[in-house]
Design a protein around this ligand. Structure first.
Ligand code: PHE
Length: 521
């Protein structure tokens, strides 16, 4: 699709808000505070910041550069650049087969070994285009279960304002959550509503839909979190929570924490799914990718930190346990907010769940948009048709996650298949899918994107795209004209190249091998 036909963001701010909307999601508000608590508080935050800067940001730049240069969806972006890279693709396929053998031997996880071998064979046959295809596929898969959790946030928002979250202890909270999750019809309603809102926004287009919604919703989200932080840190006894979250305890940092931090940085920035390739492709050529990316990573981290500052002080002040994992946001927090003196529990709960719903919605919109861009380009259908068809397909698939939470034994064949393939089942279809997507496929996709950008596309081409201003031929990096700024540029390109070519692939590979049990600590 040519530059003139493709819809573009109206402003850099709109682009930053849309990408930050994708990045800021349940991962920031629930997962980050929770894994931080488990990994030594402030010390983990420092490791996480390092991972963001040294690995997350370089891979993010690579995705944006690929998207903007190709002005294409993930599949199109890989197609655009892959000419001449056939040999690298074939070598890479060989490495993939080796990896599959390693997984089979060391972890006896034959299902995974077969999946990796299949991907390697597909790369051998079709080249790196396959990676683009996987990106869009994974975006759809993730949306199918993210929509169920998104649906819960909508249902809880309603319950908060209706005053139904007025439980006082953990048992009552657990009962209420259990009843909701076990009610397949209610969860289906929430999920359909969630996908419906995402579809409505994507249907309206890039500028009038995704950009407008992000520009409206993201400031509201920041405002709400600041209100919650102010409430939480002024509670008597909040200090313990603040120091739990922020005081570094380096003795709790292990190799595992570093890989946890890296995995979370990928998840949190929405890397490895082609979302940023898609959003980059809506960027006109005269926008500065570098500074926009730094702002996006900054907002993402800021919100995660604010979420920690809103959650832990309140949890500690009310003498609740912070290490509750998944139940923290749906069970412990409502009890915590109810216990705040002043009988405004429903209001604090309401504010929190609106916040959570907004965060979940803007991430869902980006997942759907990535799939829509791919369908529009490769099935040659209109945006409207793509949105309707994909929402229906994803919604139908989401029923599996939705009803498996209600009762996994609804799908005895599926349960048996998972047991056969992976040895054990984690809980239900939603948990399985989340585990496969975030622990296996995302690091693998991230690894492939880093390798593609660093080795196939080449650092020079990528860097020229990052520094491009306008339609003119991108500047050269050799030293003529303003030597000082060129020297700075050369230095930062060298640093970026080091991380995207060596550090990011090595560490993402390690994260993946650790997740699948080949590497153990
Ligand atoms: N980045 C989102 C979060 O932190 C999660 C997400 C992953 C969103 C993948 C879109 C795609 O919650």
């Amino acid at each position: 699709m040519s530059q003139t036909q493709r819809e573009h963001w109206g402003s850099t701010w709109g682009f930053i808000m849309a990408a930050a909307g994708s990045a800021i999601g349940l991962g920031n508000i629930w997962r980050f505070p929770y894994i931080t608590g488990m990994n030594g508080g402030g010390a983990f935050v420092l490791v996480y910041l390092g991972c963001m800067l040294l690995i997350g940001l370089p891979v993010m730049l690579a995705e944006f550069a690929m998207g903007r240069a190709s002005q294409s969806d993930p599949i199109g972006a890989f197609q655009y650049f892959q000419k001449g890279s056939e040999i690298i693709g074939k070598c890479f396929a060989g490495v993939g087969i080796l990896l599959a053998a390693l997984i089979a031997v060391f972890s006896s996880n034959y299902g995974l070994a077969a999946v990796v071998a299949l991907i390697a064979l597909a790369v051998y046959r079709w080249g790196f285009t396959v990676v683009g295809f996987f990106c869009s596929l994974v975006a759809m898969l993730i949306l199918s279960y993210y929509a169920v959790i998104g649906g819960w946030t909508l249902l809880y928002t309603y319950d908060a304002f209706a005053g139904n979250l007025n439980f006082a202890n953990h048992d009552e909270a657990g009962k209420m959550f259990g009843q909701m999750a076990a009610n397949g019809w209610l969860c289906t309603l929430g999920m359909v509503l969630y996908i419906g809102i995402c579809a409505f926004v994507c249907y309206a287009g890039v500028k009038k839909g995704v950009e407008l919604a992000s520009k409206l919703l993201m400031p509201i989200l920041f405002l709400l979190i600041v209100v919650l932080v102010l409430r939480a840190v002024t509670l008597p006894g909040a200090g313990k929570g603040i120091s739990f979250f922020l005081k570094p305890d380096f003795s709790k940092i292990s190799e595992k924490s570093i890989l946890d931090a890296l995995g979370h940085a990928f998840y949190s920035l929405s890397l490895g799914m082609g979302i940023l390739i898609t959003y980059g492709s809506y960027l006109p050529r005269n926008r500065n990718i570098l500074s926009a990316s730094v702002s996006i990573a900054f907002f993402d981290t800021l919100l995660a930190m604010l979420a920690g500052l809103a959650i832990f002080p309140a949890v500690f002040a009310m003498n609740m346990s912070p290490a509750q994992g998944p139940s923290l946001i749906f069970q412990i927090l409502p009890i915590t907010f109810n216990a705040i003196p002043g009988s405004l529990g429903w209001l604090w709960n309401g504010v929190f769940f609106v916040l959570l719903a907004i965060a979940a919605l803007t991430s869902g919109i980006s997942l759907l948009e990535c799939a829509v861009a791919t369908a529009m380009q490769h099935l040659k259908i209109s945006r409207q048709k793509a949105v309707i068809v994909l929402s229906l397909v994803i919604g139908a698939f989401a029923l599996l996650s939705c009803w498996s939470v209600a009762d996994w034994s609804c799908f005895p064949q599926l349960e048996k298949m998972f047991k056969g393939l992976f040895g054990s089942v984690k809980g239900n279809f939603l948990d399985e899918l989340d585990y496969i997507c975030s622990s296996w496929i995302l690091p693998l996709d991230g690894l492939l994107i880093a390798i593609f950008a660093g080795w196939v596309l080449g650092v020079g081409k990528c860097a020229r795209e990052l520094y491009r201003r306008g339609d003119a031929e991108p500047l050269t990096l050799s030293c003529s004209g303003n030597c000082r700024s060129k020297l700075n540029m050369q230095l930062s390109v060298k640093a970026w190249s080091l991380f995207v070519r060596f550090v990011a692939p090595l560490l993402t590979l390690l994260t993946f091998l650790y997740a699948v049990g080949v590497v153990k600590f």
